[in-house]
Design a protein around this ligand. Structure first.
Ligand SMILES: Cc1cc2nc3c(=O)[nH]c(=O)nc-3n(C[C@H](O)[C@H](O)[C@H](O)COP(=O)(O)OP(=O)(O)OC[C@H]3O[C@@H](n4cnc5c(N)ncnc54)[C@H](O)[C@@H]3O)c2cc1C
Ligand code: HEM
Length: 254
């Protein structure tokens, strides 16, 4: 629980953050990637180029500040962030890196307005939000791991079948390399494919499960995007017998 003085400072500074949200997040990402290059592979660099993620993070921070004494209002937003983070495999220790760079960015943009009290309040508030997300994410990681046929982290699968559905869509059928079975999943859930090295870069992308649960394989159907890094790689390079790393089904669309 945050103390009253901290809550008051957060509420008083929300309008400034709202005004400078885009500046803060534009400062934040270069700082994060320079100081913690190990988190770079988690981020879709195409989204970075399009400016999608800076807007999402800015909105989340502002919504959090504005609801600091009524966090129940944020449960839907928190759940969306948690689902995204779990799909990508975000880890508790990465929250300190993000928090430190966010606070540095707030200081850089607010300048003299970022007094010690303001920085202290946002550091505490960020810590509270981080703890909420870390706990919710851990509970899904545990649930995914404990399901029959479930797993935590990345698991090796083998491509057992490829079907061209159209000139631009191909279905890929994967079976686990370890033969320890598969968990049931819900309609609308998706997998995350993790590639350690596509042209020297590590990439993660989500693909919806396109066949029913209860089979001895999982299937995804991938549209080839013009100049899309991962969809091109799948279409051009992944052949029968190749191994890929998958994260467990995620996404709460039920
Ligand atoms: C929950 C979820 C489920 C999904 N399910 C599916 C699915 O079932 N099937 C499926 O095919 N996809 C699905 N996707 C989309 C998938 O995750 C990938 O985003 C998609 O395959 C494109 O990835 P890529 O690496 O090929 O393309 P990227 O390299 O990410 O590029 C995407 C597009 O952006 C363009 N681009 C690159 N840089 C810029 C820039 N600076 N400015 C503007 N445009 C740029 C590229 O040319 C390309 O056309 C899903 C996504 C989510 C979030
Ligand atoms: C309190 C801290 C955090 C907040 C408020 C936050 C908020 C968000 C939001 C709102 C999204 C968009 C969700 C969506 O697409 O629906 C997102 C996505 C994401 N977050 Fe976080 N996040 C936090 C911490 C972290 C940490 C510690 C990491 C680890 C490096 C991280 C990595 C990511 C990544 C990789 C994405 C997907 C973006 C992309 O692919 O470009 N986040 N986050």
């Amino acid at each position: 629980m945050l103390d009253t003085a901290t809550v008051q400072i957060i509420k008083a500074t929300v309008p400034a953050l709202q005004l400078y949200a885009n500046d803060i997040t534009s400062h934040f990402y270069p700082l994060l990637f320079a100081q913690h290059p190990e988190v770079l592979p988690y981020f879709n660099q195409t989204n970075q180029g399009k400016g999608t993620q800076p807007k999402a993070l800015a909105n989340a921070v502002i919504a959090y500040g504005a609801n600091i004494d009524a966090l129940g209002n944020l449960s839907e937003a928190v759940s969306k962030i948690v689902q995204k983070h779990v799909a990508l495999g975000i880890l508790p220790e990465q929250y300190d890196a993000v928090g430190s760079c966010l606070i540095q960015a707030i200081k850089a943009v607010l300048g003299d307005a970022a007094t010690d009290e303001v920085i202290d309040a946002w550091t505490k508030a960020y810590g509270q939000l981080a703890n909420i997300l870390i706990a919710a994410e851990e509970s899904i990681y545990t649930e995914n791991e404990q399901k029959s046929g479930g797993w935590r982290g990345e698991r090796e699968f083998i491509l057992v079948k490829r079907v061209d559905e159209s000139s631009v869509i191909t279905s890929f059928y994967f079976q686990p390399f370890d033969d320890k079975g598969l968990p049931n999943f819900e309609a609308g859930q998706f997998l995350t494919l993790v590639f350690d090295d596509i042209n020297g870069v590590s990439m993660r992308r989500n693909y919806s499960l396109s066949d029913a649960t209860g089979k001895d394989y999982v299937r995804i159907s991938v549209k080839r995007e013009p100049n899309g890094v991962v969809s091109d790689h799948l279409h051009n390079n992944i052949q029968l017998g190749d191994k890929v790393k998958l994260r467990a089904p995620s996404g709460d669309f039920t």
